[in-house]
Design a protein around this ligand. Structure first.
Ligand code: SF4
Length: 727
């Protein structure tokens, strides 16, 4: 305390002064900004418009962008406190290089020289494919586009993937198989226009809270929620289907069976626009209501009600998120959702759509512009025309484009275990919390000869293992665009300077290319993020995700616009894909897909009697690197918990708020608080996945969808025991 305070000459009047803010009324004078900078929320894929209040060069407030088309003047608790992420204690501030076993501060020149030298040396010794890159859904689209070129043309490896594979890869694979291309067909407005809304494995209220206002606005709709838990979203439903874990695929085939049996198929649509109806009719014949009742645990009445509601809908919407994707059957389940939409012609019209609600703020951007699951612009690795077109635009030999996608995320980890990947560059993701079965991951990372982690935060469990940490600017400190779940492209603006020596990911990629000696070849004349955007617009021209009509000036004026927007056209309300019934397949027809249901890989038994489900909570973001230093969400939800049904607790002699250990065949999590609740059914338990200190991924299993390679996070068999008893 200063002496002036001690003797009463300073009563901290400046510190505690208040004033009148135009948005919040009377408030602390320190939090009244000089200027509001419009941007887009950097957490989830809803893509809310937000304004950052800046006072004397510091971010002091966040408020909703009143006229943004997505959020209409509202934000969730994360968005309302987002400015705190910029000055949190755990920001990465300086490049750090491991010397004598310790991370020490170095300058950018040394950091990037060492990185390029070590990557080049590894590739020279073990081959180009020995370098892997794990990216994210958190960068701006321009950075994904820039990074894709750098990885492929600069480093010459196609072992490049992102944490979107842990999140939305099954939606991508499912869309590609059913419709011939990635790209969510619908729009948020469909939630207001549908008369029947079926949500499967989608807890919007916790994970995409602002979308609930669309549901609430549609008072006349019948809302059906299929979820093993009585989630907050299930509580909003007219009909909750508490199906057994991972039985959703059987339910969907059962609905298809009833639609066909009860003449609720739109035969004109099916005949004109789909392929495979005869095979599907034969295939779903065995998914009788009796059989589906047995698999799902739902009554036949519930199954019929759902099928009839959807089959008779004027505009039927099916939305899904991680409950579907986080599964070894994720792709097949997405295909089964698309089957229902195609059978009933519920696609390409207002209110009628199968619709994936994505996870991260710009997971869509990496899918469109990145090099992970396809070539930029949803071009196919194995399509000669796509390859020729792209290489001509870039002025490079076609042979420099990969013929197939490289290793997916879990396969990069496996390759590190097998010592095939020897150097890894991890960008804006924290696998030491988020990857399933942490033991395997730790083994893989321990085999690496050089690990670079580029992140806005340090320390994280992943940066602590790095040989080199590159400090990156985050949301609020850089410019670009995000695409949200409904294909709406929104501007991201810089409000404050990057902290300390942090640089934007875009600048880091350009500097790495400079060190590699390929900057001018792959980024000709580029100096700004807009240069990358303008090249990306040309690369996307004529593709499903056509950005050619979008400019930064348009985004500043319109707030946000949906693709496709070919040059010369003007944005008009909400748009939908496939309104003309023409799909991105060779014959223009969508495919009806037949894949059988199967039980999830690790069933409970007498030794491991509970099925563990994992998920998110509204207060936190992913591995909590962003939210753990933000007072509001952190105080609302400071630690992990394990939900259990009271009937199970009675049998185990456990009481509410006991401390328990969760144990699987792979590991254990100690000392988790046990709330007892009917939200979770007997035989099941639920735990959020945000907490590094009590990391549920110590026990989850490394089983993956065979096509998308997405992990089966949602079900594994565990024991729950009192922590006291285990000491
Ligand atoms: S709903 Fe998502 S995009 Fe909107 S404010 Fe919340 S976290 Fe941000």
């Amino acid at each position: 305390m200063k002496w002036q305070q001690l003797v009463g000459l300073d009563n901290l009047s400046e510190e505690y002064a208040f004033g009148r803010s135009d948005s919040t009324g009377y408030t602390s004078a320190k939090k009244i900004p000089d200027v509001w900078v419009p941007t887009t929320c950097g957490y989830c894929s809803v893509g809310c418009g937000i304004e950052i209040g800046v006072k004397e060069g510091r971010a002091v407030a966040s408020r909703p962008h009143a006229s943004h088309p997505v959020n209409r003047g509202k934000l969730c608790p994360k968005g309302l406190s987002e400015h705190y992420t910029l000055e949190s204690e755990n920001r990465a501030k300086y490049p750090l290089l491991k010397k004598n076993g310790k991370l020490v501060r170095v300058d950018w020149d040394e950091a990037l020289s060492v990185m390029v030298e070590r990557f080049r040396a590894t590739q020279a010794k073990y081959g180009p494919e020995s370098l892997g890159v794990l990216s994210t859904g958190q960068l701006v689209t321009e950075e994904f586009y820039t990074l894709g070129k750098l990885v492929q043309l600069g480093f010459g490896t196609n072992n490049y993937d992102g944490n979107t594979t842990l999140c939305m890869a099954s939606a991508v694979s499912g869309y590609k198989i059913s419709f011939g291309s990635d790209g969510p067909p619908g729009a948020y407005e469909d939630l207001e226009k549908a008369d029947v809304i079926l949500l499967i494995g989608a807890n919007l209220a916790d994970n995409h809270p602002i979308l609930c206002q669309y549901l609430e606005a549609n008072r006349g709709a019948t809302v059906i929620v299929a979820d093993p838990r009585v989630s907050k979203t299930a509580m909003m439903a007219d009909l909750h289907l508490p199906l057994k874990p991972r039985s959703d695929l059987a339910l969907l085939h059962g609905i298809a069976h009833i639609l066909i049996q009860c003449n609720m198929v739109d035969r004109a649509y099916v005949d004109a626009h789909t392929a495979g109806f005869a095979e599907l009719e034969k295939f779903v014949a065995r998914y009788t209501p009796e059989y589906v009742e047995e698999i799902t645990g739902l009554s036949q009445e519930q199954i019929y009600k759902t099928a009839f509601a959807y089959g008779r809908a004027k505009a039927g919407f099916i939305g899904w998120t991680m409950g579907v994707n986080h599964s070894t059957l994720g792709t097949a389940t997405v295909n089964a959702i698309c089957n229902l939409a195609l059978l009933t012609g519920q696609i390409g019209r207002a209110g009628a759509s199968p619709f994936s609600v994505t996870g991260q703020c710009n997971a869509m951007g990496t899918r469109e512009a990145g090099f992970t699951s396809s070539l930029p612009g949803y071009r196919k690795f194995d399509n000669p025309q796509d390859r020729a077109e792209l290489s001509a635009m870039w002025g490079v030999e076609e042979s420099r484009l990969p013929l197939k996608r490289g290793l997916a995320y879990p396969d990069i980890v496996e390759a590190a275990v097998a010592k095939k990947i020897r150097a890894l560059w991890i960008i804006a993701t924290n696998p030491l919390v988020s990857f399933p079965n942490q033991d395997v991951l730790r083994h893989g990372l321990s085999n690496l000869e050089f690990l670079v982690v580029q992140d806005g935060y340090h320390p994280t469990p992943t940066t602590e293992l790095a040989d080199l940490v590159l400090p990156a600017a985050i949301w609020g400190e850089k410019e670009g665009t995000y695409t949200n779940s409904e294909r709406r492209v929104s501007k991201v603006n810089k409000a404050v300077e990057p902290v300390a020596e942090a640089r934007s990911d875009f600048n880091i990629f350009l500097a790495v290319a400079e060190k590699l000696g390929c900057r001018e070849e792959i980024y000709p004349g580029w100096t700004t993020v807009e240069d990358a955007f303008n090249e990306w617009r040309q690369v996307s021209r004529g593709r499903l995700c056509d950005y050619s009509g979008i400019s930064y000036a348009m985004l500043a004026e319109e707030g946000a616009v949906q693709w496709p927007l070919p040059e010369g056209s003007m944005p008009a309300g909400s748009s939908r894909l496939y309104a003309d019934g023409q799909f991105q397949t060779a014959d223009g027809r969508a495919k009806l897909v037949c894949v059988d249901w199967a039980p999830f890989p690790e069933q409970p038994n007498v030794d491991y009697p509970f099925v563990l489900n994992t998920g998110r909570t509204v207060e936190h973001w992913h591995t909590r690197t962003k939210t753990r230093e933000v007072p509001i969400p952190e105080r609302l939800s400071p630690r992990a918990w394990l939900e259990m049904n009271p009937r199970d607790a009675r049998k185990l002699n456990l009481r509410s708020h006991d401390s328990v250990d969760v144990i699987s065949r792979r590991g254990r999590v100690n000392c988790v608080e046990l709330p007892l609740t009917e939200i979770t059914a007997p035989g099941q338990v639920f735990m959020p996945f945000h907490f590094a200190e009590t990391n549920v991924n110590e026990v989850t299993q490394d089983a993956f969808d065979p096509i998308s390679r997405e992990p089966n996070y949602k079900q594994c068999a565990v024991i729950v025991a009192s922590s006291e008893a285990n000491r």
